[in-house]
Write a protein that binds this ligand. Sequence first.
Ligand code: AMP
Ligand code: ZN
Length: 113
Amino acid sequence: MPEDCVFCKIGAGQIPVQPVYEDDEFVAFRDLNPQAPIHVLLIPRAHYSTLMDMQDPGLMGRALLAVQQIARALGMEEEGFRVVVNCRDNGGQTVYHVHLHVLGGRFMQWPPG
Ligand code: AMP
Ligand code: ZN
């Protein structure tokens, strides 16, 4: 684990969060700076810096199945929601431990900023 990685610490339980969802591989929790009424981050407990560092299609598929569970748990499955992965500089990534943003509770504009 990179020593200074905040999301590794959350994944390992060293920084406590109120999980919206968790299993052996993933934990989901509310974003500190929410951009929508519902704004959850889903992270793998294992460290991958960016989407481009992920190789395992099983892990990537299970991440989207976890998103389905989050959507159901938070009542977004019918109205819908948005999933975003910011990747590297042009994607606007600021935390270099890969994470999926799950945004909902309002209509999402397109195109994004
Ligand atoms: P990104 O810009 O895609 O890298 O997103 C990083 C997100 O992590 C931002 O939306 C931050 O508000 C959020 N964030 C950073 N640190 C924490 C934390 N300790 N707990 C919850 N959210 C965080
Ligand atoms: Zn990490």
